[in-house]
Design a protein around this ligand. Sequence first.
Ligand code: FAD
Length: 436
Amino acid sequence: MTIIYWFRRDRRLSDNPALLHAITLANELGNALLPVTLNEDNPQTAWGFPRIGPHRLAFEAQSLAGLQTSLKALGSNLYQPIKPGVAGLIELATQTQASTVVCEAIYAPQELDEITQLQNAGIDVIAIEQSTMLPREDLPFDIHKTPVVFSEFRRAVEKAKCLPRRPLATPTSLLPLPANILAASPYFGSTDDLTSDLPALDTRSTFPYQANGWHGDETTAQAHLTHYFSSKLPQQYKETRNGLIGKDYSTKFSPWLAVGSLSAPQIWEALQTHEATHGSNDSTYWIWFELLWRDHFRLMMQRFGRMFFVRSGLAKEPMPIRAHNAQGFSRWRTGNTGNAFIDAAMRELAVTGYLSNRMRQNVASYLIHDLGGDWLAGAAWFEHCLIDFDVHSNQGNWAYIAGVGTDPRGGRRFNPEKQAHDYDRDATYRQLWNTP
Ligand SMILES: Cc1cc2nc3c(=O)[nH]c(=O)nc-3n(C[C@H](O)[C@H](O)[C@H](O)COP(=O)(O)OP(=O)(O)OC[C@H]3O[C@@H](n4cnc5c(N)ncnc54)[C@H](O)[C@@H]3O)c2cc1C
């Protein structure tokens, strides 16, 4: 009998509690272990573009190629059923007579539905929560009573001295693949296939994932973690985090966190080591603070689920229905609104698959509050583009700016003129992206 380990947004061998659980289970039962990733469906969205765009596809492929290399080094491999979605996994489980699938738990509606589909097909699923920085069992409140306002959440966990778990060790060996898998071939014949149609590198990119040092795999993620915390950058993070240009203004952990080639507890441990050597200050504290936002959006999605995917979000009253401004949306996403600050950011996003937090806030606000656009359409465009797309942080931040999320002030408009003046006074950013 076979245990399937399904890699979801946890494409790493280090600090992977769910994978270690699968290995223990397979060892105890004397079984084979089959590492699997799904062939993701990529349907058209309601707004006329595919759900996953070329940058995300490429970065995700890098993370999978890296994972496959690591698995091969331990005598195993990574399989990807040809049939897309969970249907492919069900078929593979039948072929290999696997009765159990182990994976990480993801408390977002579509990801929860995937688990239900597997269970409905008679497969035992063990889904283990591991993606937050703080262990859920240590939180000083019931998950379904998690404070909705971030500052209340932060105060509660800090008062309770809630801390991340220590990262777990990397397995040094893996069980063999099931004999009957040999009839099928691993999805990735060669990593060259994955990189042949990479979108071109733009040297202005602040996260040039096509270049060495920025690939989506675990080895690169861990190298970046070491590099970042052995530098002085964390000591100035709070002053630089609103930057728009260059590679160093923020940590740049998000793309690796999104695919799971890096874990939040690994960041926290590296931050501890950095503080022990270089000292702690407001900036080093602020890295923890921002990671708490990430946890908070995860817990909010577990609490409110599908409400994050409807126009009225968490609002008590249904939002007035307004027609989708299709023309405005099209100008926005192609960087043709006529506002040079906003257009610069939309071009950067489309060309590189990445955007600073400051400009994410600005362009989201502009679509919603200046163009009267639909925040769900904006969130879908980010999902298409962002190499760090994360369902919790994306829906949560968009709903927040739209005023139907967790903002106690009921949403916020960022004044683009003031923002350009404060963050791009000499127009360097506008010139960088508005010149072809
Ligand atoms: C409209 C909008 C959509 C967003 N969509 C995503 C998304 O799909 N995926 C994503 O990871 N982040 C998203 N963010 C949050 C934030 O912009 C990115 O996490 C951040 O820019 C990533 O760069 P960094 O790793 O250098 O961040 P840093 O500033 O170095 O922060 C360190 C880490 O803290 C976490 N973090 C920081 N800010 C936020 C935040 N506002 N919400 C949640 N976590 C945060 C991230 O994990 C980040 O890697 C969105 C923000 C906005 C306003």
